[in-house]
Design a protein around this ligand. Structure first.
Ligand code: F6P
Length: 736
């Protein structure tokens, strides 16, 4: 019916317009015909009666003539008759004869064209004929016809025409509706068949209907072109917000379940005396993924590591978060102390972490840890199966803790779309080959449909590694690996943060932040302050950072007493010996430098080894003059992006290690080699004296980059690629 209306409404409008144009035309035409009839009739009447009129006029019998004329006008349409007798110089006329017509003014009515007169009783038709018995005129006969019957007929004609068009409209509409409905159904049936043949629906094998066969190939090309355009157009044209992500999930991925899997959970419940506190861990992964999880409203499976985590969950180990406005749920997985020690501290953080980072710390691989790693990956796979509401969920596997998980999920949920993101660098093949279980790790990762890294360099390293270790087809054009008959796309997706920035990042005014952090650490109101924010990890270059501060004070002694560096160092993995030694080293170095430059209360380095909530970190970002990110090797480093996002005042300088993924995206930072202590010291000095206009110019460019490439775009690109792969997979299946 809806489709038929598309035809009927234009049809009704067209008919109305035709009627609107045709009715006056018909009216005009019939009027002309009637007048021509009256002209002929008048001539006939005049010709018929003129001899008798002449006879009666010559007999001087006015009464008889009048009686004769009155008898003639008994005809319904003949309204009046008159005779201008030129001999007697008198007008003999019937009573109805219009007073306006006199014998002296007949000239006008004698012209060949039709003469109409409007009298009180309506429109009249006048015809004047000269009576010439012997060639000489003896008078004029005036025939007057009543034209009101024309008006009556015209009204009737209009009425009939109206009914005619309505009837015509109804008949044509009915016919159109029936034809349209039949054709529409036929077309839809044909298109469905055709699309099935294109591989969009596996449920039938029927070829396209004969009428669609000629266009099948063109349509196929068109669909492919549109798909291609859609991918590129979408990414650059979408305004990347949580709504945009939701839209992709519903439109491109048909509202499939989203399951995030990571080791670290986004909210940790901890006991403090009798109360339970909720904390946000210091983790780049959580900073990035949490807004995505909020947007997608799915399930986040993670290790329940907090001391009060078991108290907060329901009977199915689930808890709704964020606590103040729940929009997704955490499913907690419990690990025994041995499992945590072997899988997390052991294989993941003593083995894979140093293996993937060039930080000159030797990886340690123990069979016992590997067995726990396998066991815990199995445990998380079981949790994914339990949480999946459909056979084809979208599973976002995070990081090096779960290299085996993609394959385990694929084995049990073959239709699932597994997207794995490796948040840390991927080493070169020689380095990776150190790992005794290198082939198993690669096999596990290649269970993913998409495997993402922050940089192209890490993608290249991964392909080289696969090429070296596995019997697989590595496609360096498409950036994919085909292994065991299944293809994994290996792409670069540089991670980011939410934009507009989280409210916690910008809540406190910059002026208050400046005052607060200086007052808190007994610094003069005009002291210059640098900030570093990291987990206490040997990859972060904290030692090199402190040495750069020392070098600055050596090379530019005017800063002694005027510049302090605040290092927020969140305790991390402190069970591991290397981390314990590192903390001792960092603390010792800070004291040595502080002692060296100590003057009254002055401390060049303020080391805060404790957990800070995001609001507290934001106060340092906003209150400082520079932020120094000196990682020796880092996948991305989101501290750099958070610092930039927090500075809507467009002030402050970012000093950034060239060995972070972020350095490729933020070249307007002062990019340094953190191992080059003097170069880093020079950058610190340059930052401290940088004019405000230059700070603004650099900040603006960096903020524009993060605004454009926010974390919704990061997740959205992977989801769009996954959607594209699903369609391509169906097409390929169809071909086979
Ligand atoms: O970004 C790398 C990363 O290892 C993440 O996987 C992790 O969330 C973060 O650093 C913090 O490490 P952890 O979870 O071991 O405290």
């Amino acid at each position: 019916m809806r489709h038929s209306l598309r035809f009927i409404i234009p049809l009704a409008v067209s008919l109305f317009l035709i009627a609107y144009a045709v009715v006056p035309l018909v009216e005009n035409l019939t009027l002309k015909w009637f007048i021509r009839d009256l002209d002929i009739r008048s001539s006939l009447v005049a010709n018929t009666i003129q001899d008798k009129v002449l006879e009666l006029a010559e007999g001087r019998s006015k009464t008889k003539l009048l009686a004769y004329l009155n008898r003639i006008i008994e005809d319904e349409r003949l309204y009046a008759l008159g005779f201008c007798d030129r001999t007697q110089k008198q007008l003999i006329s019937t009573k109805t004869f219009p007073a306006k017509i006199t014998c002296d003014a007949l000239e006008d009515y004698m012209k060949p064209e039709t003469h109409l007169l409007v009298s009180d009783s309506g429109p009249l038709h006048i015809t004047v004929r000269q009576v010439k018995p012997n060639g000489a005129s003896v008078g004029e006969l005036i025939v007057v016809h009543d034209m009101s019957f024309i008006q009556r007929r015209s009204e009737e004609t209009k009425k009939y025409l109206f009914y005619f068009f309505v009837a015509l409209g109804v008949i044509v509409a009915l016919i159109t509706m029936i034809i349209a409905e039949i054709s529409w159904r036929g077309w839809i049936r044909g298109m469905r068949t055709l699309l099935r043949v294109q591989g969009l629906d596996k449920s039938t094998e029927k070829p396209p209907s004969p009428e669609l066969r000629p266009i099948a190939r063109d349509l196929d090309t068109l669909i492919r072109d549109l798909r291609g355009d859609f991918g590129t157009r979408d990414e650059s044209q979408i305004s990347w917000t949580p709504e945009a992500l939701r839209d992709i999930l519903h439109r491109d991925l048909r509202g499939e379940d989203v399951i995030v899997v990571s080791n670290r959970e986004p909210y940790i419940h901890t006991k403090r005396g009798d109360t339970i506190e909720v904390r946000r861990p210091a983790s780049g992964l959580v900073t990035a993924l949490e807004p995505v999880a909020r947007a997608c409203s799915g399930t986040w499976i993670a290790h329940g590591s907090g001391s009060a985590d078991r108290l907060a969950v329901d009977a199915h180990d689930r808890v709704a978060v964020p606590p103040d406005n729940p929009s997704y749920r955490i499913r907690r997985v419990w690990l025994s102390a041995e499992q945590e020690s072997g899988y997390y501290y052991g294989f993941a953080n003593e083995g894979l972490w140093p293996l993937c980072h060039i930080a000159h710390v030797r990886p340690v691989f123990r069979t016992k840890d590997w067995n726990h790693y396998k066991e815990v990956n199995q445990k998380f796979a079981q949790a994914v199966i339990e949480e999946a509401g459909t056979p084809d969920p979208i599973v976002l596997v995070q990081d090096y803790h779960f290299a085996l998980l993609p394959r385990l999920i694929r084995e049990r949920l073959p239709e699932a779309t597994v997207i794995t993101f490796w948040h840390i660098p991927w080493p070169n093949p020689e380095t990776f080959s150190i790992c005794p279980w290198r082939a198993e790790l690669l096999d596990g990762l290649l269970g993913s449909r998409i495997l993402g890294f922050h940089t192209q360099f890490h993608c290249n390293n991964f392909l080289d590694t696969v090429d070296r270790i596995l019997e697989a087809r590595v496609d360096r054009e498409m950036f994919s690996v085909t292994y065991g008959g299944k293809t994994t796309a290996v792409h670069r997706y540089p991670i980011s943060i939410e934009w507009p920035p989280a409210e916690a990042l910008t809540r406190k005014p910059v002026a208050d932040c400046r005052t607060n952090i200086r007052a808190r650490h007994n610094l003069p109101a005009d002291a210059m302050v640098g900030v570093g924010v990291d987990r206490l990890d040997y990859t972060k270059g904290i030692v090199e950072r402190f040495l750069a501060v020392e070098s600055l004070l050596e090379l530019q002694p005017q800063w002694i007493g005027k510049f302090s560096f605040v290092q927020i160092a969140a305790p991390s993995r402190s069970v591991i010996g290397q981390y314990q030694e590192f903390e001792v080293h960092v603390r010792g170095l800070a004291s040595r430098i502080n002692n060296r430059f100590a003057k009254d209360d002055y401390l060049p380095i303020i080391l805060l080894v404790e957990h800070h909530e995001p609001e507290q970190v934001a106060e340092y970002y906003r209150g400082c003059d520079l932020c120094y990110v000196s990682s020796l090797h880092d996948g991305m480093n989101l501290v750099a992006k958070e610092f930039v996002a927090s500075r809507e005042d467009e002030q402050g300088v970012l000093i950034l290690s060239q060995f972070t993924g972020a350095a490729r995206e933020l070249p307007e930072a002062l990019v340094v080699n953190p191992y080059d202590i003097d170069q880093s010291a020079t950058a610190l000095h340059a930052a401290l004296i940088m004019p405000q206009t230059e700070q603004r110019d650099r900040m603006r460019l960096m903020r524009a980059l993060i605004r454009e490439f926010n974390v919704y775009r990061w997740a959205g690109r992977m989801l769009l690629d996954a959607a594209g792969m699903r369609v391509r997979g169906r097409l390929a299946d169809r071909k086979t």
